[in-house]
Design a protein around this ligand. Structure first.
Ligand code: AP5
Length: 243
């Protein structure tokens, strides 16, 4: 695995000035498992680039780009955007300079074809995945959580009316903007997203387990407990890699 001089100075302590190993991670889990919630914390902990496929696609839809036009209907229905539309976008994204020291992929890969494409692309650059982090949450909890999710219109800060309420109804604590629901968060669409996850994405658990890099986390614990567990696991992964 390539070695590199870490650029994220804030990630370092005095005793970690030695060369560190590239940290390339993927987050797996059903809709509403808490992938985005945990990603925000983990990129801060480990100073890796955050690549969230759903965010990239939603921005493209809002901006009316070609990518957005091709993705829009699939997303609204809770179906996967076709591989030929999404794979190239993500593989190009992880070639960008900010991903050179490591990345956290949220929402990619989502089927075996995407996982194979990622493996091939990384292999060509002599890079490997460090871990596949699976956040497990049962289906009925997913439906409840997603019905309670609210996002701030300005910056996408995430709340939940059951577990993480804003101080004032419908207003972001951080920037005061209005809180909205995602278009694909209706119960009908969430149930379809779950079906798609179980059919298309869940097989990746076996795919990465066979490669020895799958790590499971109980996503029904509190956000802080899930974060502590994932952070400790990544820290151990990194230590093992450096030995
Ligand atoms: P995407 O945006 O990736 O959606 P998703 O995978 O369905 O995941 P979510 O963003 O809904 O949930 P999350 O796990 O991030 O949960 P969150 O942290 O917000 O994809 C959207 C669409 O884009 C897809 O349907 C598809 O059409 C398309 N797409 C994307 N990638 C693609 C690809 N690779 N190929 C093809 N198509 C693709 O948390 C949810 C809520 O729960 C929040 O309110 C939060 O506050 C709360 N919460 C979080 N953790 C906890 C906890 N521990 N306890 C209690 N509540 C919690």
């Amino acid at each position: 695995m390539p070695r590199f001089e870490p650029r994220g100075a804030a990630a370092l302590t005095d005793s970690s000035v030695a060369l560190m190993t590239e940290l390339n991670l993927i987050l797996l889990g059903p809709p509403g498992a808490g992938k985005g919630t945990q990603a925000t914390r983990l990129v801060d902990d480990f100073k890796v680039a955050y690549v969230a496929t759903g965010d990239i696609l939603r921005a493209a839809v809002d901006q009316g780009t070609d990518l957005g036009r091709q993705a829009k209907e699939f997303m609204a229905a809770g179906e996967l955007v076709p591989d030929e539309v999404i794979i190239g976008v993500i593989l190009e994204r992880i070639e960008e300079p900010d991903c050179a020291d490591g990345f956290l992929l949220d929402g990619f890969p989502r089927n075996i074809e995407q996982a194979d494409a990622l493996d091939d692309a990384l292999g060509k650059r002599d890079r490997v995945l460090s871990g596949a982090l699976l956040i497990d949450v049962p289906d009925e909890e997913v439906v409840k959580r997603i019905s309670g999710r609210r996002l701030c219109q300005k910056a996408g800060h995430v709340y939940n009316i059951f577990s993480n309420k804003p101080k004032h109804d419908d207003m972001c604590d951080i920037d005061g903007s209005r809180l909205i629901q995602r278009e694909d968060d209706s119960e009908e669409t969430v149930r379809n997203r779950l079906r798609v996850y179980n059919e298309m994405t869940a097989p990746l658990e076996g795919f990465y387990d066979e490669r020895g890099i799958l790590k499971r986390f109980d996503g029904t614990r509190t956000e802080t407990e899930v974060h502590d567990h994932i952070r400790a696991t990544i820290a151990t992964l990194r230590l093992e890699d450096e030995l």
